[in-house]
Design a binder for this molecule. Structure first.
Ligand SMILES: Cc1cc2nc3c(=O)[nH]c(=O)nc-3n(C[C@H](O)[C@H](O)[C@H](O)COP(=O)(O)O)c2cc1C
Length: 411
């Protein structure tokens, strides 16, 4: 017997879990897996909203069949063409050959370029509607959240927004599907890791999409994203998070990340952290860039206002794992951080000077002096590290507000 879950009257969850894939987009670790969410509206006309990765097409088609029996599928709505959502289009067409595929002009350009030869197309424009019987769909184009063709589908009567990758995150849905059925502390981190690494670069477009939904006066009872939990209890919580993240709003805290072979740079990182703590900073995260995947580090950098970067010199440049991280930060459009820099070198240097150039290019505000120890940190280097910590703490504490600890996901 197959579990099928109704998310609202006549609307069903037909998504699947993926616990096998190691890396999402062959880049981002899936330690806790990922769900590919798809939905089915069983009305006079039957509509599927998005599909799943091709490796999961059988389970998905089976779920659809278990709900509609011998009925045919009339529409397949494609909110997002990335293959983890479009990979089972072919399976839907094979099982339901008369299906009409619904998307915008850019959707069909991408379908053609990915899969070729697609027929039975219905092209919609922004604001168009589709009548299924008791359910009415309305389409909102939300380009570049985070692909050009992305759009959202709103079911007007049940007030359900099918939002594609927006509002989604990593982590399989292990029994619980809804925000009120799962432990949201776990999903908080996985949604932010997804946002910061995949969607965050397009913060302006996220803002445009949020404004479009607000301007349209949409009443949201349920947000049904392409990954992670379905928000029926408190959809405003995830809307609020997206609003804050896309405006680069931060929490009080400091990420210290370093690259170190023999432990000297690491020693300076620990020393800075202790000084931050003595000054009253509670959220301090130290990462060894060789050990922790950058996606986790970026997620915390996205969250906190303070960043302190350390590197030993390596072949006249940055330590390689720091170079990877810096490149990712440069590419992320992350704004408005306080940053400190430190490191070590034994002859010509190269690590700290590269960090210095990086923060000059990115135009973040530096706190404290630039500290480069000769092979191992001495008293004067530790004193400089102390100043970095103190200036950082002063800046952050100076910006404290009453609402600093507000976190709706954790309530
Ligand atoms: C492969 C390799 C390359 C290095 N390249 C440089 C360099 O280009 N310039 C320099 O000043 N030191 C260089 N060093 C020395 C280290 O940066 C230096 O000893 C540093 O203090 C090590 O810090 P750690 O203990 O945090 O690893 C290199 C060391 C190694 C092993």
């Amino acid at each position: 017997m197959i579990n099928t879950v109704a998310i609202s009257e006549g609307i069903h969850y037909v998504g699947v879990n993926d616990r096998e894939t190691h890396l999402f987009e062959n880049l981002w670790p899936l330690d806790k897996g990922v769900s590919y969410n798809a939905y089915l509206i069983n009305d006079e006309k039957v509509a599927i909203i998005d599909t799943v990765k091709s490796t999961k097409m059988d389970a998905f088609i089976e779920k659809v069949g278990s709900i509609i029996g011998d009925k045919k599928v009339d529409y397949l709505i494609i909110n997002h063409m990335e293959p983890d959502h479009s990979g089972a289009i072919k399976a839907v067409k094979e099982r339901y050959p008369e299906v009409t595929i619904v998307g915008n002009k850019k959707t069909f350009d991408l379908i053609e370029s990915f899969y070729g030869g697609v027929r039975n197309l219905h092209i919609i424009n922004d604001g168009d509607e589709l009548d299924l019987g008791k359910h009415q769909l309305k389409f909102y184009l939300t380009p570049m959240v985070h692909w050009p063709e992305t759009m959202m589908t709103y079911e007007v009567n049940e007030k359900v927004l099918f939002s594609a990758d927006a509002f989604g995150g990593f982590g399989t849905l292990d029994g619980g599907i809804f925000d009120d059925e799962v432990n949201l502390e776990f999903y908080t981190d996985e949604i932010r890791r997804y946002y910061s690494n995949i969607v965050g670069k397009y913060g302006m477009m996220v803002q445009k999409a949020l404004n479009k939904l607000t301007d349209a006066g949409i009443d949201l009872k349920v947000i049904a994203p392409g990954h992670g939990p379905v928000w029926r209890n408190n959809p405003s919580c995830i809307l609020d998070y997206y609003d804050r993240w896309s405006k680069a709003e931060t929490e009080e805290g400091v990420v210290i990340v370093y690259g170190s072979m023999y432990g000297n740079t690491q020693k300076m990182a620990d020393f800075i952290a202790r000084n931050l703590s003595e000054k009253g900073i509670k959220n301090i995260r130290i990462y060894d860039s060789s050990k922790t995947h950058p996606s986790y580090i970026i997620s915390d950098i996205w969250r906190f206002k303070g960043l302190i970067l350390g590197s030993c010199a390596y072949n006249t440049g940055l330590f390689p794992s720091m170079e990877t991280l810096i490149h990712k930060i440069q590419n992320s459009q992350l704004k408005n951080r306080y940053v400190g820099i430190f490191g070590t070198a034994s002859w010509s240097g190269g690590g700290v000077s590269t960090l210095q150039k990086f923060i000059e290019d990115i135009k973040w505000q530096q706190v404290g002096p630039t500290i480069e120890a000769n092979s191992s940190p001495k008293d004067k280097d530790f004193k400089g590290c102390e100043v970095i910590a103190w200036e950082m703490a002063e800046k952050l504490i100076g910006e404290r507000t009453e609402t600093e600890d507000e976190n709706c996901l954790k309530k």
